[in-house]
Design a protein around this ligand. Structure first.
Ligand code: NG6
Ligand code: CA
Length: 521
């Protein structure tokens, strides 16, 4: 009798597995019954990489063979978006599946800002962890740490480990902001407690040199902002004292994070893992390792893109060597569009030559025009995703709900749409509509149309030399016919404009008109 029950149970289990697999074929759902069917998931996220920066997206002068191999061997999206034209809000959207304008703290953060993700909130790593994944982040964080008033010399919490990551090795904010140290699972690496770290974004510490007062100490000169504490000859945003032994060497950062990412996949190779590999390139300060100096002929900005491309090549080699490539879904994108001069004299403009970081788009980082948020976006899964190009409208917001569907979780993000079939190249259906954000101002895309409401403020940020999208008039563009946003159709197509405003306000409300654009300082 007992044997019979066990026998029946085994058959029932087998049937469940079979049904699960069948669903897999029809619906691109992977069965939950077998942990082996859960692919590893890696999100590689560049910082300030533009739409036209990769060979696979039309770049010809700058060479990115490793990224091109993935982009051309997977599903390459031509209408893939970051939620925002700056880093913190885009990262917030990526991890929470929630529009960042719903959270008033989701703006470019100083290194001392508290964590802006509520620890009770659903996140991508939390969802995957609940489904049995090991979860890790390596690289740039920039979502705040602690509850305000962080003591950098003891465990820093809450942070990535409190919102779903089992392991974290991060830089707190940006490469140009203090504290310039790596933080591993909440503790500053290589810290000597006899030389404690202090950080302040308002006042300098008495006697400490600054970029403003000590230009003789600088190996990289500041153009705007970036004239506070000096670390490694580079003036930064914010003041920092102490922590000498813990300070990173900028030129080694790419190698450091690569090694951490490689170690992570080696250590977790026997269970399904999620790795969020957040590159620091090509954000300022651009500090290629000496191996890459001169590699692009475009100065440091091009060189660090070549360096990032090399890192991804090495990373993929490691996946291959560990026998993991076939079972790993790789998603690549960037947190916002490109900028040349973002505050340092590093010849990004002077040496650009014929390279066009924004491709055919208008604007750039900080902009409501397309180049602010439309970025390289591709998925790669060896033998599972067939090579192709998709024009479907997809946002990084959608990764939470889509990956939940992949691993059989019912978790969804507030603004995240399950586009799994599209991301895996099995459907060409994208979202219908999307709110775009740039430094607190929002615009609305629907189908091939985009509408930018009137905003106060300068048309161009002259420091970074980027058109921001501000105008006293409504702007309406048909992107399929006018990808460069040269023909404002607001006046000639009032019906469409009206329809777009209505649909936009239905999601956004009307408070957007009061959004004060952020000052870069
Ligand atoms: C700006 C910085 C810029 C960069 C940006 C954040 C100045 C003048 N400019 O305020 O250099 O750090 O913030 O970039 O300080 S992001 O990609 O992380 O959003
Ligand atoms: Ca960025």
């Amino acid at each position: 009798m007992k044997r019979n029950i066990r026998f029946n149970l085994i058959w029932m289990l087998a049937l469940l597995v079979f049904l699960g697999c069948k669903e897999n074929k029809d619906n691109t759902r992977i069965s939950e019954a077998s942990p082996l069917s859960k692919p590893n998931i890696v999100i590689i996220y560049a910082d300030d990489l533009g739409y036209g920066e990769l060979g696979a997206y039309g770049a010809t002068v700058l060479k990115t063979p490793n990224l091109d191999k993935l982009a051309n061997g997977g599903m390459r999206f031509t209408n893939g978006y970051a939620s925002s034209a700056t880093c913190t809000p885009s990262r917030y959207a990526l991890l929470t599946g929630t529009y960042p304008w719903r959270n008033k703290s989701a703006k470019i953060l100083p290194g001392t800002a508290p964590l802006i993700i509520d620890t009770a909130q659903m996140t991508l790593p939390k969802m995957l962890k609940q489904k049995g994944y090991a979860t890790g982040i390596v690289g740039k964080w920039h979502l705040g740490l602690g509850n305000g008033n962080v003591d950098w010399n003891s465990r820093i919490s809450p942070g990535p480990n409190e919102v779903g990551f089992d392991q974290s090795i991060i830089l707190a904010a940006t490469q140009d902001r203090v504290p310039t140290v790596y933080i591993k699972d909440g503790r500053v690496e290589n810290l000597d407690l006899n030389d404690p770290i202090e950080v302040d974004y308002e006042n300098n510490f008495p006697g400490e040199p600054t970029g403003k007062e000590n230009p003789e100490m600088l190996k990289m000169k500041w153009h705007h902002g970036h004239n506070n504490s000096i670390v490694n000859g580079i003036p930064r945003i914010g003041f920092m004292k102490g922590g000498e032994s813990a300070k990173w060497v900028d030129e080694d950062m790419a190698d450091y994070f690569l090694k951490q990412a490689q170690n992570y996949i080696r250590e977790n190779r026997n269970e399904p893992f999620f790795l969020y590999y957040a590159l620091q390139q090509p954000h300022v300060p651009r500090t290629p390792h000496p191996r890459f100096v001169g590699a692009s002929g475009m100065g440091p900005r091009g060189d660090v893109i070549v360096e990032a491309d090399w890192c991804i090549g090495e990373f993929v080699k490691t996946l291959e060597a560990e026998g993991l490539l076939e079972n790993t879904l790789i998603i690549f994108s960037s947190d916002n569009g490109p900028v040349l001069n973002d505050g340092y004299f590093d010849e990004a403009e002077e040496k650009l030559g014929d390279h066009n970081p924004k491709g055919p788009l208008r604007g750039g980082k900080y902009s409501l025009f397309e180049a602010g948020t439309r970025v390289p976006f591709f998925t790669y899964w060896k033998d599972k995703i067939l090579p192709g190009t998709s024009d479907a409208l997809v946002s990084q917001l959608d990764l939470l709900s889509s990956l939940a569907a992949l691993v059989g979780s019912d978790k969804v993000g507030e603004d995240s749409i399950n586009l799994l079939a599209t991301l895996l190249g099995k459907s060409d259906k994208g979202r219908d509509e999307l709110i775009l954000e740039a430094t607190s101002r929002t615009a609305y895309r629907n189908g091939d149309w985009v509408m930018i409401p009137p905003y106060e403020g300068p048309k161009i940020n002259t420091q970074v030399n980027i058109e921001l999208g501000n105008d006293k008039e409504y702007q309406l563009y048909h992107l399929k016919e006018d990808i460069a946003q040269q023909h404002n159709l607001a006046k000639s197509n009032p019906d469409k404009l009206e329809e777009m405003i209505k649909a936009f306000e239905k999601i956004r409300g009307t408070a957007y008109q009061k959004a004060t654009p952020l000052e870069l300082k």
